[in-house]
Ligand binder design. Structure first.
Ligand code: GDP
Length: 530
């Protein structure tokens, strides 16, 4: 029992959110380096050419032979057991990216110091807000020309509407990025070497009162730091643990993942400040991770991970109880008991069977087509359902028609199954049913995947016609008849596969019109929120 409690307490399950190129992969690699999971950082970057085909981590995995599923990367650091959840970015950006955040207990937001908050970071941040999870900010690339740190904090607050608290402060930037100042211990960490990021950075540490740092940092930077630190103490928001826990205040760290400067101070603070696995809302109230009844929910389904096997893997996050290989659990939505016989993790190219796992961990199980996103698995003696995972508003839309209308059945089956996995969302015009199908995706790549999968798995050829719509919103009051609404002529009335009514707009202006003209109408960016 003591072991069980300790295993949970030492777990940290988080996702890294960022805009492409801000440095998520580099930072992840450096966390592995500091965790001792790899001995030397390096060439992961060199092999970026066909990056969109495989996740960045699959690359790391192949090169280093570390245990990585395509969904989670697990490693030890001091006494912590860390699970970093992969949030696919770049061309892979899709609903999976959002859903992964449903399985995280906190998020690390990586921001490029010269670019500030970018589009994809904003989108992912919104999902973190929805979950009210703690968000830790790592301002990266301080070894290059950077915005003024005070300006950066203001910018984050203005763009994201979150308060900031600088945990440390950069000393210089660009070629003159000399170190960071840790505000809690009033300690200077001056960087040397770091072997261009191949090895852990070498540092000299000491107090702000210690005048030897005047010569280490140089007069100018030393004086500047003293000034900045006084200003920070006067001007900054108060440190407030409760606000951090609710995601209202983000602790901010400065550093450079490439040179390793500031990576270790970030990691050690972050791991101590962030949370071990959190309770999760369910139909019977909150489920406590320390509850010994097993429970988990499915947050991602991945098809055809292995071409030779043509299978699907359902990834689930364990929320309570110890998982043991072969255990029998209740699949609540299907009302059936199933045996979790072959839970998988991936070691290099081969699948590795997981013997045991704890709350906070993610396991992948073979899915013969029975799982859907959000499904609950639990101990049959204590049955409940976890709160549903929201459906995220897609931003790309296409009309799908079949080339060969004789294959109606396969088409319907294929498109429904692919939608069930959560790869795309399927909408129908309210009065026409399956006759006209509109698909929506968070990323455009999803349409290519749909076309190719319908062809190869269901032998159905389709024609895709990209539509100029940009936003979809669910109607909050589902008893409201969409025909009675006063809408612009280019707004479409649709329903999703669950029969929920929603509206498809050309742009934000259409949304504004709709809510202004129809006082009883309220709209939501997330579906499935009951
Ligand atoms: P991702 O797309 O967010 O995963 O970003 P990557 O980690 O792939 O980094 C994008 C590019 O920025 C790569 O060329 C990295 O070498 C570079 N990069 C990452 N971190 C830093 C940093 O701290 N300083 C500098 N100068 N470059 C960095």
């Amino acid at each position: 029992m003591a072991d069980y409690v300790n295993e949970i307490k030492r777990r940290r399950t988080f996702a890294i959110i960022s805009h492409p190129d801000a440095g998520k992969t580099t930072l992840t690699e450096k966390l592995l380096l500091y965790g001792g999971a790899i001995l030397q950082a390096g060439s992961v970057k060199g092999k970026k050419a066909n990056k969109h085909a495989v996740s960045d981590w699959m690359e790391i995995e192949k090169q280093r032979g570390i245990s990585v599923t395509s969904s989670v990367l697990q490693f030890e650091y001091n006494d912590f057991c860390i699970n970093i959840l992969d949030t696919p970015g770049h061309q892979d950006f899709s609903e999976d990216t959002y859903r992964t955040l449903m399985a995280a207990d906190s998020a690390v937001m990586v921001i490029d110091a010269s670019k500030g908050v970018e589009a994809q970071t904003k989108k992912l941040f919104k999902v973190c807000l929805l979950r009210k999870i703690p968000i830790f900010t790592f301002i990266n690339k301080m070894d290059r020309a950077a915005m003024d740190p005070f300006k950066l904090l203001e910018h984050i607050e203005a763009e994201l509407g979150i308060s900031t608290y600088a945990m440390n402060w950069p000393i210089g930037s660009g070629k003159e990025f000399k170190g960071v100042y840790e505000r809690d211990h009033k300690r200077i960490i001056a960087f040397h070497g770091g072997d261009h990021g191949m090895k852990a950075a070498e540092v000299t540490e000491g107090s702000l009162e210690d005048d030897t740092f005047r010569s280490i940092l140089g007069d100018h930077f030393f004086e500047q730091l003293r000034e900045d630190s006084e200003l920070l103490d006067i001007a900054s928001t108060e440190f407030d643990e409760a606000a951090i826990a609710k995601g209202e205040l983000t602790p901010v760290f400065f550093g450079s993942a490439l040179t390793n400067f500031g990576v270790e101070p970030f990691l050690s603070h972050f791991l101590n400040m962030t949370t071990s696995p959190l309770p999760r809302e369910a139909s019977v109230g909150e489920i406590d991770p320390f509850d010994e009844h097993f429970s988990a929910f499915v947050f991602k389904i991945q098809a055809n991970m292995n071409k030779a096997h043509r299978d699907r893997i359902a990834f689930m996050r364990i929320c309570s109880g110890k998982f043991e290989k072969g255990m029998e659990v209740l699949h609540v939505q299907q009302g059936k008991k199933i045996r979790l016989a072959q839970p998988q993790q991936f070691m290099a190219q081969d699948r590795e069977i997981v013997e045991e796992a704890y709350p906070g961990d993610v396991i992948g199980v073979f899915d013969p087509g029975i799982f859907a996103i959000g499904d609950t698995l639990c101990d049959a003696s204590y049955k409940f359902e976890f709160k549903k995972i929201p459906t995220f508003a897609p931003e790309h839309f296409a009309r799908v028609t079949q080339k060969d209308t004789m294959k109606r059945k396969q088409f319907t089956k294929g498109i429904t199954q692919i939608a069930q996995e959560g790869a795309i969302q399927v909408f129908q015009q309210i009065d026409t049913g399956m006759e006209e199908i509109i698909v929506g995706g968070v990323g455009v790549l999803q349409f290519d995947v749909l076309e190719q999968r319908l062809q190869s798995e269901y032998n159905v050829e389709i024609k895709l016609e990209i539509l100029p719509y940009q936003c979809v919103r669910w109607i909050d009051d589902q008893t409201l008849d969409p025909h009675t609404l006063n809408l612009t002529s280019d707004t479409k009335r649709l329903k999703d596969l669950k029969g929920k009514n929603l509206l498809l707009f050309m742009n934000n202006w259409g949304i504004k019109w709709a809510t202004e003209q129809n006082k009883s109408l309220s709209l939501s960016e997330f579906g499935n929120m009951e």
